[in-house]
Ligand binder design. Structure first.
Ligand SMILES: [Zn+2]
Length: 991
């Protein structure tokens, strides 16, 4: 049904686009708003001129009143945020709303009502139908209570204000009809273009920045300009001096806040102390003021035409920086403003440069910035990242300068893809986010080409320690796409913003970004510029849909771009080409599901490029004759093609070493190395080196080799592993893994196959074959038998995540074959949550043996936990000689998993017959966790034990088999019986 209707929509929309019946409504606003910064509210009056440019008569209008998104748990926003969000947990007094609405049309009161589903959408029923080309005036007062923290993008923190999506606004009416939509955190924009005239009244000491230019604002601009001299002089300081200044500035602020609070509190001394300490910690972390404002008000009049939204921001503490951008084809320069909190002065010192370069490059790529200012404000935006509004963007705190530049560039870029080209972001998120993301990659390449397009996320690690030192911005985008491109849960780009899972929403950015960058590379820069500039000219201040974007390309190129417009934008098909050399010929194979063009580059002597060709239409395989002198070939050596498996893109086989980790080249064997060690009781501390390859998207597996020196026994020890990941066979995901080891008395190897099927439940199938040669000197002879052992194992497990009283259910069943035995078991687990602070877990296990003569000790069933007979986990001591010995002191939840330690005549109680165990755990919020275990079997009586666990420490308080005292009688009784539960699988980190 779903696919059918989607297909139908595509046909209809194609028809529409062919009809060229484009129109758009015109909406002009006049808003008068007063900020009350004691109550944190807005009182406003809005007057809208609405012109019906459609060929249809309208009997009603949909309006968005989005501040109501923050009103209660019933809103679409609240539901999207989910029950664990800050919003869901907030007090109702901290939420926001809009009210006092009283709509009039052409001066007459009209009838209006809420949308049946959403309280942030209303319907205005017109007394007289609105005819084509007719204009009406709609007016209403409104009152907004601002959320007490910035939940998504509207609200205040102390006296810092972020006023976005705050006024009643008509929904878009286009050729497809009305588009009423509730506010959502993602993919929110689709609005009519027009002119905004907004008068903001607020205390005089606020610095305000908004969409649009000030009308008669000379004195305000003069005041702001005057403030820049302080910032400019700060920016002459060295990094160290500036940091020092920030430290002092923050100290002074928190002291003021403390004094203010002491004076204000009238309560008794003890509660005053409490309020002071709470307040001071809040102040130092936020540095937002709540000091009283000037009693004098000012009214700022902002005006902007050809925009579809208006946002404003106000703060008294911001530092102000100003700059200018001159464009070749524009007579007047563009003013650049950045407003930031003193605490971020060091990070933001180059913010004007970021604004300048963003404005410059985007203007160059697409067309000149048409407005008069580009502004960024520091908002500590809690939604994270940044947010775009016409002319102005708000940016959250960022951990590095490159990240700040990235976010500023991205949000400024939205002036083109969102601001000037106003696509329906809820329907075609990629048209805003993705085309912007592509431009961002291009910006980084153009600006930082000489610096290898380097991207610094964590300066200390990349600059000082030298890990990931050559990370590129474009690769960063590639991995975001490639890491999920083949996942079973991946979604295509033609869904509505609210149909994406949180994990897939980002593909609107990264997938569009990397594919459009590849399209650019394929078409060439000049062609791409021509097309995108034509798209910009044709659709500026309009609402293009994907078919409009496509038709500009089709008009300008004869190339078959189906792979991009259908493959990349409408399916989850992916690219995977490989190349191999066979007796002087080169064979390119399409291992992917998309038939994109592919670039092959041949190299001769001394790594010299000798030929670069594009091949198209490789369905299966293509045999290419190499040019004279070719030594090797690389597919897409500059990494423009979003090939999900890049390790097979080269016939070259050089080795390239990287310290700890670096971005792989893929065409060489990129081997990372790092100092490494193991530590266990038998081998002691074993220092060495770890070499590994393939921990990144673009590879289909990992190879790792640990070589270490055993200082205790004076010999080389180590591990080696190789894994291969597969998708889309019988299973949704599967892995084949080879492991070899010489460590802790075991010399052996293992082959493991894991296959996973995911539907509503997860099914895992495991097949494993293992060989071990055990040295008894390294092992506890009570638990392990010396010799060579080959065993194999088959296991099936099932798990289901359920929400509700029964929280998780899992089931496991396995069978193990040894030389002269066979062992089988079943295990079931569930979690019951009758209340949010009560968590009751039940685990049951039962196992049995066949041919039970002479079973090696490590394969027996131990009553009191597992001993990892296949050496797949990290166990500190298997010798039994230390006070961290397996079984004696370390407990592993395997088999009957009895938490009390049962011994019989000095040896641990074990069985080669039927055994069972039940483990119960009660976790509450306040008391320690309580456990009760019971176990028995053919060889034993029934045992029971009870106690508590605190973190990893198991503290038995009752043991049924004790001959003297069954109950804990003193500290010694307890300390003799304490065990630790930890299952620290170090090896699995790299497997
Ligand atoms: Zn964005």
């Amino acid at each position: 049904m779903y696919k059918m209707s989607l297909y139908f929509c595509i046909i209809i929309s194609t028809l529409f686009s062919q009809q060229k019946n484009y129109f758009q409504q015109e909406v002009n606003y006049e808003i008068d708003v007063v900020l009350n910064d004691d109550e944190h509210s807005l009182s406003a009056y809005e007057k809208i001129e609405y012109k019906n440019n459609s060929p249809n008569e309208l009997s009603f209008l949909w309006f968005h009143i989005w501040p109501n998104a923050y009103k209660d748990d019933s809103t679409a926003y609240a539901k999207q945020a989910g029950p664990n969000s800050r919003f869901a947990k907030s007090d109702s007094s901290d939420r926001g709303f809009i009210d006092s609405l009283d709509f009039k049309v052409d001066g007459k009161k009209i009838d209006w009502s809420y949308h049946p589903e959403w309280i942030d959408v209303v319907k205005l029923n017109l007394a007289n139908t609105l005819k084509p080309n007719q204009t009406i005036t709609i007016e209403t007062p409104f009152f907004v209570k601002l959320p007490g923290e910035v939940f998504s993008r509207l609200g205040h923190t102390g006296k810092h204000y972020e006023i976005t999506q705050w006024y009643p606004k008509p929904a878009v009416y286009d050729k497809k009809g009305w588009h009423p939509m509730p506010y959502l955190n993602q993919g929110e924009f689709y609005s009519e273009f027009g002119t905004f005239d907004v008068k903001i009244t607020l205390p005089k000491d606020y610095k305000v920045m908004a969409t649009g230019d000030l009308v008669d604002g000379e004195s305000e601009y003069l005041w702001l300009e005057g403030l820049t001299s302080k910032t400019d002089s700060l920016n002459t300081l060295s990094e160290k001096e500036l940091k020092e200044w920030i430290k002092n500035d923050q100290k002074i602020k928190s002291k003021i806040a403390l004094d203010v609070n002491l004076e204000n509190s009238e309560d008794n001394p003890s509660s005053r102390m409490l309020s002071v300490s709470l307040e001071s910690s809040k102040k130092t972390s936020e540095s937002y003021t709540s000091e009283p404002s000037s009693s004098d008000n000012k009214t700022l009049h902002f005006r902007q035409s050809n925009v579809h939204d208006f946002a404003w921001f106000a703060d008294k503490n911001w530092l102000v920086q100003k700059g200018e951008l001159t464009l070749q084809n524009r007579s007047d320069p563009i003013t650049l403003w950045s407003f930031y909190l003193p605490k971020n002065a060091e990070l933001w010192r180059n913010s004007i440069e970021y604004l300048h370069d963003s404005g410059y490059w985007f203007s160059k790529y697409y067309g000149d910035y048409p407005y008069n200012h580009i502004t960024a404000v520091d908002g500590d935006l809690s939604a994270g990242g940044g947010m775009e509004y016409p002319n102005i963007t708000v940016i959250a705190s960022m951990p590095s300068k490159d990240l700040l530049e990235m976010v500023i560039m991205h949000e400024v870029g939205h002036n083109w893809f969102y601001g000037i080209i106003g696509s329906n972001e809820r329907y075609y998120t990629w048209m805003d986010e993705g085309l912007n993301d592509y431009s961002n990659i291009r910006y980084w390449q153009d600006k930082y080409g000489d610096a290898n397009e380097r991207f610094v996320l964590i300066p200390f690690i990349q600059d000082k320690i030298g890990i990931a030192k050559s990370l590129k911005y474009s690769w960063f985008n590639y991995i975001q796409y490639a890491s999920s491109a083949k996942s079973e849960k991946v979604q295509p780009l033609n869904l509505k913003a609210d149909e994406y899972t949180p994990a897939n929403y980002g593909l609107n950015y990264s997938k569009t970004g990397v594919f459009t960058r590849f399209l650019h590379h394929y078409l060439g820069e000049d062609k791409m510029d021509d097309i995108m500039q034509e798209y910009f000219q044709e659709w500026k201040y309009k609402h293009p849909a994907p078919e409009d974007f496509r038709s500009v390309f089709e008009k300008n190129t004869n190339k078959d771009l189906t792979w991009y417009f259908n493959g990349a934008l409408k399916t989850t098909d992916y690219i995977d080409y490989s190349i191999r050399k066979k007796s002087g010929r080169y064979i390119v194979t399409n291992q992917g599901t998309m038939n994109s063009p592919v670039e092959v580059v041949f190299y001769g002597k001394d790594k010299k490029e000798i030929e670069r060709i594009w091949i198209e239409g490789v369905d299966v395989e293509r045999d290419i004759k190499a040019p004279q002198g070719a030594r090797y070939a690389i597919i897409d050596p500059d990494e423009h093609m979003p090939d999900i498996k890049r390790e097979n893109n080269s016939t070259r086989s050089n080795v390239k070493l990287h310290w700890v980790w670096d971005q792989p080249t893929y065409y060489d064997h990129d081997i990372n190395f790092t100092p490494w060690f193991n530590a266990n009781y038998y081998n002691g501390f074993t220092p060495g080196l770890l070499f590994y390859k393939g921990v990144a998207p673009g590879y289909s597996g990992v190879t790792a080799f640990e070589a270490m020196w055993d200082l205790n026994n004076k010999k080389i020890v180590g591990k080696i592993s190789r894994s291969f990941n597969f998708e889309e066979n019988l299973f949704n995901e599967s892995t084949l893994r080879f492991n070899g080891m010489r460590l802790h008395g075991n010399t052996g190897g293992r082959i493991t196959f894991n296959g996973r099927i995911t539907n509503n439940n997860t099914h895992d199938f495991t097949a494993l074959a293992s060989h071990s040669a055990l040295e008894l000197s390294a092992l506890d002879s009570n638990l392990y038998s010396e010799g060579d052992y080959t065993t194999s194992l088959l296991q099936y497990s099932f798990s289901k995540n359920t929400k509700g009283i029964i929280d998780d259910v899992s089931f496991k069943s396995g069978i193990m074959f040894g030389k002269n035995f066979l062992k089988s078991w079943i295990e079931g687990k569930t979690k019951i949550k009758p209340h949010k602070h009560i968590n009751f877990q039940i685990r049951g296990w039962a196992g049995d043996f066949y041919n039970d003569n002479e079973i090696p000790k490590q394969y027996r069933t131990y009553l009191s936990g597992g001993i990892d007979p296949m050496f797949s986990s990290y166990i500190y001591d298997r010798t039994g000689r230390s006070s961290f010995a397996i079984m004696q002191n370390q407990y592993v939840q395997k088999g009957p998993a009895f938490r009390g330690l049962v011994k019989d005549g000095g040896s641990f109680v074990s069985s080669t017959s039927m055994t069972w165990g039940i483990n119960l755990d009660l976790k509450t919020r306040f008391s320690p966790n309580i456990f009760y275990d019971i176990a028995g079997g053919d060889d034993y009586n029934t045992y029971s034990a009870a106690g508590i666990t605190i973190g990893p420490v198991i503290i038995p308080l009752y043991q049924s088999w004790e001959e003297v005292d069954r109950r804990a009688k003193d500290v010694k009784w307890v300390s003799d019986r304490v065990r630790l539960q930890f299952n620290f699988n170090l090896a699995s980190l790299l497997q």
